[in-house]
Design a protein around this ligand. Structure first.
Ligand code: MIG
Length: 810
């Protein structure tokens, strides 16, 4: 190749012209003057472009991120004078021959995305970059754990997993890398996933008005181009490539209480007991680094946790699960089991001369397990045997960027990379994900069919298959609260639906108002955990005074009542990859108002509930409701869509709206997920001109038996046009814990006059629902109106659970 024939080249050089091509099944190999290209059709809307300067690259198609394979897909290949055209049922890929450039069109010739005509894919030394024309009005969304605005246009981002303590609200790069974004323009959307784990840079028109580009420091340009009609379909196509979550243990969807660190055991028990005494629901308590002996992973501190099994049993009896932190660094200390084994079996990262790589972390000098080596993963996974036996079932993977004092891993450190070999430059970004994988696979094997919960800080595309992700060391400020919400929404658009932020802020101290607001919003985060830094003020729901406590309790209660809804939404995420927290950019992609920085934090929690985060001190706030009919969740007041609204937002009122046509299944209040709710499933139906449906999901909440069919779904459908509500037969072998249905009709103005179930009239009753028990002495409207706020006269019917059709009249 010209470029490297012993001659220094001081400019970027691109692919060159087409020399020849060859077609195989769903795959076309091109040879250009400077490189090789393999085009692979994965499905009608997914095409992979694999561009390499090394022909032998194609002999080994390996990826940590992608598990999806090409689906049998019909396509046609046309050889025209100046271009090749590959056409599927949805997309035309035009491959210009000289020079070789790629352009994607819809079948009716609308341009979706095109290479910059001059640069296309080019190299500067080993760095490879693809340049795409910036199109008029083009916006960019996604990219996972990235700060900044929902619309990323005008900014550039780096993917290089980084331990960034107290990151600023525009800090980059952070801990987790998911190099997948979506472009949106002229009513069209597409996604680009660059599967290359080297340090990469995505430039969405930052300091340039010509292109959006993505580059990797080394390796091949290897990207998947996805086009479907909606962002939701694009996200799901990305999930077919990189996988989905498995259904999490139900307990992990409850409230989780963390701090750096609760110790000794007595303090842990105290915190747990306080939740129960105060009737604040919670499922999980965390042990941060002080639970260990000299920070040695897989040990317990001999004095502070002298009888771990007994403590864990006591917590379990109170309905608490315990999650412990594990860091990758293994203390260099002879006699420490994991050190001795790791050395003996050659399981650590090393220098090219074979010496183990050493860096300093909490325990002092450490070796680092090479999680890209299968033997290391098996060994690490098996090392959890003692913890599992003690009664632990949650594992928090921290510091796995990897982090160390000094924060600079030398690039020559060598990774096994499944026997292929890779330097730190290629291995770093997948290290955390492979640690999470090893933790997940190992503990899953040890737990006798029960589901472990794994949380990780670092990750790469595909990490969702093994673990939830949290956004690291945020700061107690309003801006951080909001950017955290956007990061979680953005992780959702990058295939990671199970994500959250430290509620209350890790660094610094929240005000009463900030803490309270953060808990209210956190109740609608997929992963809901309060956490705070060592030597900071206490940050439990009762630590900020009586008012904050009551409001926090109300919102945590709400989360527990919503558990049937939340669990069903997680099931959907496991099935399709749809996020749990859904940026409005997913359903309302082409509505420019949702990108307004005032409204960009708003999202749908599941399909039905719109959360409009507001900052702590704001007593009256502006929200924007997109197209559709909406009801405020507190009072059932109808609100028009495609409009801004002013709403009251005192400390105890986070703006929440339900989309007309929604069906929200709820249960009676429990104090933790082990406690059985009453046997009635409450279905809240909201009037809407389009009607709607919901797929309810249930299983035992704790084992993998659902994989063998021990689960159930049941579809509820509200049809507005013919005034019916249909309860489909349940599907699946699992028997629901709910024996009765109670259906509430919201927004029907109290006028549901008669309900006929399978031909038999059933009695319509009316109730003051106030299912969102936010009635507190602190409610300003309580003071104003002098009466308890209530949603009175909501009609409902209750009957034994069965399939059938309700006919309503009003
Ligand atoms: O060097 O384990 O992000 O959540 O509390 C800091 C102590 C290590 C960083 C994590 C944080 C955790 C802390 N850890």
């Amino acid at each position: 190749m010209e470029l490297i024939k012993g001659k220094r080249v001081n400019y970027s050089e691109s692919l060159g012209a087409l020399v020849e091509y060859k077609e195989a099944k769903q795959s076309i190999d091109l040879k250009t003057t400077n490189a090789f290209v393999r085009v692979i059709v994965y499905e009608a809307g997914v095409t992979r472009l694999w561009i390499s300067r090394w022909e032998d690259s194609f002999e080994d198609d390996f990826s940590y991120a992608v598990t999806g394979k090409p689906h049998e897909t019909e396509y046609q290949l046309f050889d025209l004078d100046d271009k090749l055209v590959i056409q599927t049922a949805l997309v035309q890929l035009h491959i210009q021959k000289s020079p070789v450039r790629f352009e994607f069109y819809t079948k009716d010739q609308q341009l979706i995305n095109a290479d910059d005509p001059a640069f296309g894919t080019s190299w500067i030394g080993n760095e490879v970059c693809t340049y795409k024309k910036l199109l008029p009005g083009e916006r960019f969304i996604g990219m996972g754990e990235k700060t900044g605005n929902l619309d990323r246009r005008g900014r550039a981002y780096t993917h290089w997993n980084t331990d960034y303590f107290e990151y600023p609200v525009d800090g980059d790069p952070l801990y987790c890398s998911t190099p997948f974004y979506m472009g949106v323009h002229s009513g069209l959307s597409y996604g680009i996933f660059m599967d290359n784990s080297h340090k990469s840079v995505f430039n969405f028109g930052a300091s340039n008005d010509r292109f959006a580009s993505f580059s990797a420091a080394d390796g091949d340009m290897n990207y998947y181009f996805i086009h479907y009609n909606t962002v939701a379909e694009i996200i799901q196509a990305y999930a077919r490539l990189t996988g989905t979550i498995s259904v999490p243990p139900l307990w992990s969807l409850g409230y989780q209480q963390c701090r750096y660190s609760y110790y000794p055991d007595k303090e842990v028990l105290n915190v747990a007991r306080t939740f129960r005494d105060k009737n604040i629901p919670a499922d999980v308590i965390y042990l941060d680094i002080h639970y260990m002996d000299a920070y040695k992973i897989f040990t317990w501190h001999p004095e502070h946790f002298s009888e771990p099994a007994r403590m864990l049993k006591e917590l379990r009896d109170m309905g608490f699960h315990v999650v412990v932190i594990v860091d990758p660094g293994i203390k260099k200390e002879e006699g420490y089991q994991q050190f001795d084994e790791g050395v003996a079996r050659d399981l650590f990262l090393k220098y090219p001369d074979g010496e183990n790589y050493t860096a300093t972390v909490w325990p002092g000098d450490c070796f680092f397990p090479d999680f890209t080596k299968p033997e290391t993963r098996d060994w690490w996974g098996a090392s959890f045997a003692g913890y599992v036996k003690d009664g632990l079932d949650g594992f928090w993977n921290d510091m796995n960027e990897p982090a160390s004092w000094g924060q600079t891993t030398p690039d020559l450190v060598q990774f096994d990379y499944e026997g292929r070999g890779a330097t730190h430059k290629e291995g770093r970004n997948v290290y955390g994900m492979q640690m999470a994988r090893s933790t997940y696979e190992g503990t899953r094997q040890l737990m006798n069919g029960k589901r472990p919960f794994v949380l990780t800080r670092a990750g790469f595309s595909g990490v969702q298959r093994y673990s939830a992700v949290w956004t690291g060391d945020n700061v107690a400020s309003d801006e951080h609260m909001l950017v955290g919400i956007r990061m979680v929404n953005s992780l959702g658009m990058a295939g990671v639906p199970y994500a959250g932020y430290d509620v209350g802020g890790f660094v610094g101290e929240s005000s009463i108002a900030l803490y309270t607001r953060w808990v209210s919003i956190g109740a609608f985060a997929p992963f809901f955990r309060g956490h705070t830094m060592i030597n900071s003020r206490d940050s439990e729901p009762w630590s900020y005074g009586e008012e904050a406590e009551e409001i926090s309790r109300n919102y945590i209660n709400m989360r527990y009542k919503l558990m049937p809804y939340i669990y069903s939404v997680f099931h959907e995420a496991a099935q399709t990859g749809m996020p749990v927290a859904r940026s409005l950019a997913i359903d309302y992609t082409h509505d420019r108002n949702i990108y307004n920085t005032l409204y960009q934090n708003q999202y749908l929690f599941g399909p039905a509930i719109l959360v409009a985060p507001v900052v702590s001190h704001q007593q009256i706030s502006k929200v924007y409701l997109p197209e559709g009919e909406w009801f405020d969740m507190y009072r059932d007041r109808p609100y028009a869509g495609k409009q801004e609204h002013m709403v009251d937002t005192p400390m105890d009122r986070l703006p929440l709206f339900v989309k007309g046509g929604s069906i929200i299944p709820m249960q009676t209040l429990v104090q933790n997920t082990q406690q059985a709710p009453e046997d009635v499933l409450m279905l809240h139906v909201y009037k809407g001109s389009q009607g709607g449906s919901f797929v309810y999901y249930e299983d035992d909440g704790e084992t993998y038996e659902y994989e063998n069919g021990a689960c159930m779904t049941r579809t509820f459908t509200y049809n507005e046009a013919d005034s019916t509500f249909t309860i489909a037969q349940k599907e699946g072998l699992y028997t629901s814990r709910f024996k009765r249905f109670k259906i509430y009709f919201h927004g029907f103005e109290g006028k549901v006059a008669s309900v006929v179930l399978n031909g038999k009239a059933i009695q319509v009753e009316k109730e003051d629902v106030a299912y969102f028990k936010q009635i507190t002495a602190f409610d300003p409207l309580y003071h104003q109106e002098g009466v308890l706020r209530q949603i009175s006269d909501v009609p409902f019917v209750e009957f034994a659970a069965e399939a059938g059709e309700l006919t309503l009249s009003w």
